[in-house]
Design a binder for this molecule. Structure first.
Ligand code: AMP
Length: 277
């Protein structure tokens, strides 16, 4: 966080109601992603945010959304905010977070995720929902059944965009966005901002402000790190050489896509390594 950033929630421009909710939750000061994103979101700017889980990124969009939407009510089937999440679990966490923070507000929050009856969700939509938190597949089901109208949509949040990419959801997000008003505010968050993610993000935002914060924790002192530069072609053979030369019992390898894990696991097994993908 840059040194001239405000260090208390009040200076971010949040309402008194929210400030007292935050006090009750025991939040003393905003995290870096909150200091950067909240004033921009309250100004109506689009945000391309790079923040991992644990940095307080959920509150960085939940808090301004509450203040932006608080003065009005949604009409039946016309949510004013849509939050897209790659998984049911994350959608559920965001919903719980809204409920915790907006206890003293009258905003209605609804979850559209798989594993719940479409009919029950339809009844909720009909009552009028301010904030809709959805996974792409289930939302598309409702869109195709004509259960939702987006004419009144003001804010779109795309959360964990890099996971959306890994899970093959980008075409779904494109379809959903084609149904939304062009004039809206979009907050796009990803744990990493690779060139690919920035390119995808730019399809959904207009003149965004880029916000990046460093990861919440640094590497433990007991772990030594090395960087090996290589090109895509010799990556696998280089990894195999490193594994052969290391005198270790167990190794953990992180990849950024499921398909890379499968590929690596199959190839390492061919070289007699035991792997658990
Ligand atoms: P997140 O990165 O959104 O998953 O948040 C991680 C955790 O940090 C959650 O348990 C939040 O309740 C908590 N948290 C978020 N913002 C703050 C803050 N400003 N002060 C203290 N805890 C916070």
């Amino acid at each position: 966080m840059s040194e001239n950033k405000p260090l208390d929630f009040k200076s971010l421009g949040l309402s008194e109601d929210l400030l007292s909710s935050l006090k009750k939750l025991g939040y003393e000061k905003p995290t870096p992603i909150q200091s950067e994103s909240i004033p921009l979101a309250l100004m109506g700017r689009d945000v391309l945010g790079c923040a991992q889980t644990g940095t307080g990124k959920t509150a960085s969009f939940v808090l301004p959304i509450i203040d932006i939407l608080n003065s009005q009510k949604s009409k039946a089937r016309m949510p004013r905010c849509l939050i897209l999440s790659p998984t049911r679990e994350l959608a559920d966490q965001i919903s719980e977070y809204f409920k915790k923070i907006s206890k003293y507000h009258k905003l209605s929050v609804s979850l559209l995720i798989g594993g719940t009856q479409l009919g029950d969700q339809d009844k909720e939509l009909n009552k009028g929902v301010d904030i809709l938190i959805a996974t792409p597949g289930r939302l598309i089901d409702h869109i195709n059944r004509g259960n939702i109208l987006f004419n009144d949509l003001k804010i779109l949040v795309i959360d964990e965009a890099d996971r959306m990419l890994d899970m093959g959801f980008i075409p779904d997000i494109e379809f959903i966005c084609s149904k939304l008003p062009k004039i809206r505010q979009t907050l796009f968050f990803s744990a990493t901002l690779s060139k690919e993610i920035v390119k995808i993000g730019k399809k959904f935002v207009i003149n965004p402000k880029l916000v990046e914060v460093s990861p919440p924790s640094s590497t433990s002192n007991s772990i030594s790190q090395k960087l090996v530069k290589c090109n895509n072609k010799n990556k696998l053979s280089l990894l195999e050489n490193i594994l052969f030369s290391l005198d270790t019992q167990n190794t953990v390898i992180f990849c950024n896509r499921k398909k890379d894990i499968d590929f690596l696991s199959k190839n390492l097994m061919k070289k007699n390594f035991q792997t658990i993908p």
